[in-house]
Write a protein that binds this ligand. Structure first.
Ligand SMILES: Nc1ncnc2c1ncn2[C@@H]1O[C@H](COP(=O)(O)OP(=O)(O)OP(=O)(O)O)[C@@H](O)[C@H]1O
Ligand SMILES: [Mg+2]
Length: 446
């Protein structure tokens, strides 16, 4: 009888052993057993030996190797399907927590944000310079604090310097300090930010605003780890970890000659990019409720409710100011609204246009490049008509309430309507007349 004849039955487990190869060997072995009518003792012995070898080979492959090998044997299309090592965002965040990562209040599960946090985790214990870029309000300063908090300098100073806010003439003194009498107004010796950040971290915010003269001096600190106070010959060694941030494209600036290329490379040994909020829209609902609760706690009030249309607006708005803008909006709404916030509590420059215009455009063109299409997306003509009519009714009531300073009786008089009918309409739209009493003028900026 023909028996399975393994080529590697006596050889030790090697890296050439593949999962697919082993499966094949097992299948041959099984088929040998299935088709044999009768086995003699030596054959049984031989098969047992082969089975043992196979088991050892299987055990010799790590769990991961088995998947990688199986996936590559079955083609690229299946690689995506059998990627068990790929963790979900939630698992990645959980894994960071289990490794005692300090988030410093950084919120969110977006893959791009998690990637930034994972880079921060690896960079933190080193003293390598980190460059953080991202649009305004994406959390660059928060990320710098995360890096500081997760490193060995955590109980040492974290000194923040806004390079864009220091006049050119004071820059050197601000960063490196000065000696008494170094210039007019230098009444005393003064240490600069680098000395203050000694043994800790210096956060150079808006580094793209640093003038070229300042860039040369910063480069010297990065190279020699020493500074000189303005007007002094004494060289002072500084041990400071540098984290810089910018919302500019430094690479482009260095190509254009407005930022030193050598400084760019020195600063960006580790480069972290933070995603804009519009690239992580899935997190807006969570952030709205998170900052709503935070604002309520700070303002010592109950968390505000949102009318459906305001919620819809907040979910679709473009947020050019990113998380900072969303946070500020929630604080503003929590401060201005009574129980329930609505369009009227939004800053005027981002407030959607009145209903008439919405109907004309099939949706509301919102500043920040978002579109609300409650009418435009209505499933039928009658639904669209009802939505448009509701919007018009609501806008009419709100405008009226604003004009009469929130007095329902006065509104009813103006509209020549029964007061209880007006009240019923206000209730239908979730409009609270008291919201228009104290704040209406202020909100309108009148
Ligand atoms: N992922 C996040 N989770 C929670 N809060 C965040 C997050 N990112 C930013 N914030 C909050 O948003 C606000 C703005 O963040 P930060 O000041 O770090 O932004 P920035 O990128 O430095 O902005 P700018 O470029 O305007 O200086 C802060 O209140 C910060 O706490
Ligand atoms: Mg900042």
């Amino acid at each position: 009888m023909k028996l399975y004849n393994p080529t590697s039955s006596t050889s030790p487990v090697t890296s050439s052993v593949t999962f697919a190869g082993l499966i094949e060997k097992i299948e041959i072995l099984r088929s040998t057993l299935r088709w044999s009518s009768r086995l003699e003792r030596p054959e049984i012995e031989k098969l047992l030996k082969q089975a043992t070898t196979l088991r050892d080979e299987v055990m010799g492959l790590s769990h991961k190797e088995r998947f990688v090998a199986a996936a590559s044997a079955t083609g690229e299309a299946e690689v995506a399907e059998v990627e068990p090592v790929e963790m979900s965002s939630r698992e990645r965040r959980q894994a960071l927590m289990e490794r005692s990562f300090i988030f410093e209040g950084t919120f969110g599960d977006n893959p791009k944000l998690l990637e930034a946090l994972e880079i921060a985790e690896k960079a933190s214990p080193t003293d390598l310079p980190v460059l953080i870029d991202g649009e305004s309000g994406t959390g660059k300063e928060l990320m710098a604090k995360v890096i500081h908090a997760n490193g060995s300098r955590t109980d040492k100073p974290f000194i923040s310097v806004n390079c864009g806010a220091i006049p050119d003439s004071l820059l050197e003194s601000e960063l490196f300090g000065h000696k008494k009498g170094a210039f007019t107004g230098a009444a005393n010796d003064r240490r600069g930010k680098f000395e203050s950040a000694h043994t800790g971290t210096i956060f150079l915010d808006e580094i793209g605003e640093l003038p070229l003269t300042g860039q040369v001096k910063l480069l010297r600190v990065l190279e020699a780890h020493e500074i000189q106070r303005v007007g002094s010959d004494e060289v002072i060694a500084v041990d400071t970890r540098i984290v810089a941030a910018t919302n500019k494209d430094l690479r482009k600036m260095s190509e254009e000659g407005t930022f030193r290329e050598d400084l760019f490379y020195r600063l960006s040994v580790i480069h972290v990019t933070l995603p804009a909020l519009r690239e992580r829209r899935d997190e807006i609902p969570l952030l709205v409720s998170y900052f709503g609760d935070e604002a309520a706690g700070m303002l010592k009030r109950r968390p505000i409710k949102l009318t459906p249309r305001l919620r819809d607006f907040l979910l679709h708005y473009g947020y050019p100011g990113n998380i900072r803008e969303l946070r500020n909006l929630m604080y503003r709404l929590s401060c201005l609204a009574g129980d329930t916030a609505d369009f009227v509590h939004l800053p005027q420059d981002i407030r959607p246009k009145p209903a008439g215009l919405q109907a004309a455009t099939g949706g509301t063109a919102l500043p920040g490049k978002a579109i609300v299409t409650d009418i435009g997306t209505a499933p039928s003509l009658s639904e669209a008509k009802r939505a448009a009519s509701d919007e018009a009714e609501r806008a009419f009531l709100e405008r009226g309430l604003q004009e009469v300073g929130g007095t329902v009786a006065e509104l009813a008089r103006r509209f020549d309507m029964n007061r209880s009918h007006v009240q019923m309409l206000l209730k239908k739209h979730g409009i609270h007349s008291k919201d228009f009493r104290n704040n209406s003028r202020q909100v309108e900026g009148k």
